[in-house]
Design a protein around this ligand. Structure first.
Ligand SMILES: Nc1nc2c(ncn2[C@@H]2O[C@H](COP(=O)(O)OP(=O)(O)O)[C@@H](O)[C@H]2O)c(=O)[nH]1
Ligand SMILES: [Mg+2]
Ligand SMILES: [Zn+2]
Length: 299
């Protein structure tokens, strides 16, 4: 009978409250959490107590260099930890939602992660329209990579080298296609999961980390319909809209929420054409919703 031994490991898959951990001894173990703490995610560096039979219990987690998550009024959903960049995948068909993109970019900026917008399915004629819609983001300094993952992902490879990247986006944009072209091994895995679920569809059901090479990893995540940023307070939200950053602190009122206060620097910047009315309107909708929800009805 062996006693529990402590090991360091990397969470490579998160299935609700179970985690697959790649341990320092070269073995992979299925782990559960101990006590109330369950807020671990793919990419976390954890300490586990090995328990034999390739099982273990997570007992601790190293401080994170970054944490990407989304949230609604009620709960938070951790997406990935310790990533250096986020590949936000959009496509002309099915059409993507600009507001979901704005929210996603805000969460990415808040987490201090580099964003990269991938416009997949560039082979489709509708992609010209998508490119036009995405132009304002290139103007903000966000890199945009048009791609046809079905044909080749070679343009993406150099951007992934030496990085830990996370694929995020709405369903159907081509995240799994990108992953499978980068790593044919991953395709076998997606097929196994869909066979096990009996869906026949290669749907990503949980976050999973793949090693592209010794220095580069890619985390695939399930598609989202919405990317809630309720975890950002009004001040954090304004700072997460990156083009607002240089303007913050320049409003007439120091505690300006940039909603309808007089002398707001964001209104002036919009009037001068420095920020787009659309992004400002999205910010205001999110900030108003946050304020409404953060306060109980009776207050
Ligand atoms: N025309 C075209 N279709 C693509 C491309 N990449 C993926 N698709 C298709 O888009 C659909 C959704 O792809 P999938 O990778 O499952 O998207 P996910 O939900 O983001 O993982 C599939 O039918 C793919 O064959 C592409 O570059 N061009
Ligand atoms: Mg997928
Ligand atoms: Zn203001």
């Amino acid at each position: 009978m062996t006693s529990e031994s402590a090991l360091q490991g990397l969470i490579s898959a998160a299935y609700g409250r179970s985690f697959r951990v790649e341990c320092g001894d070269g073995r992979t173990r299925d782990c559960v959490t101990r006590g109330k703490r369950t807020d671990y995610t793919c990419g976390d560096e954890v300490t586990i107590a090995a328990q034999g039979g390739d099982q273990g219990v997570i007992t601790g987690c190293a401080p994170r260099t970054s944490l990407l998550y989304r949230s609604d009024q009620w709960k938070q959903k951790l997406i990935a930890a310790n990533v250096s960049q986020a590949l936000i995948v959009v496509a002309p068909v099915p059409s993507f939602d600009l507001e979901v993109l704005d929210c996603c970019l805000a969460a990415v900026a808040h987490a201090g992660i580099r964003p990269l917008i991938v416009l997949n399915k560039s082979d489709l004629p509708q992609s010209a329209k998508s490119l036009t819609a995405l132009n304002p983001y290139t103007a903000l300094g966000v890199q945009l990579l048009p791609l046809t993952a079905r044909d080749s992902v070679d343009a993406l490879r150099p951007l992934l080298a030496g990085q830990r990247s996370v694929l995020v986006g709405e369903s159907g944009m081509g995240k799994s296609t990108i992953l499978n072209s980068l790593l044919p091994r991953a395709e076998a895995h997606t097929r196994e999961v869909s066979a096990a679920l009996g869906t026949g569809k290669h749907t990503t059901t949980h976050a999973r980390l793949y090693h592209l090479d010794e220095r580069s990893e890619l985390i695939d995540t399930p598609g989202v319909q919405a990317f809630g940023v309720h975890h950002l307070g009004v001040g954090e939200l304004a700072a997460a809209f990156i083009e607002f950053r240089p303007l913050l602190g320049q409003c007439r009122f120091r505690d300006c929420r940039h909603l309808n206060e007089p002398g707001c620097a964001l209104d002036e910047a919009q009037a001068a054409g420095h920020i787009t009315p659309r992004r400002l309107a999205v910010y205001r909708r999110l900030a108003e919703a946050h304020q409404r929800n953060a306060r109980p009805d009776w207050a």
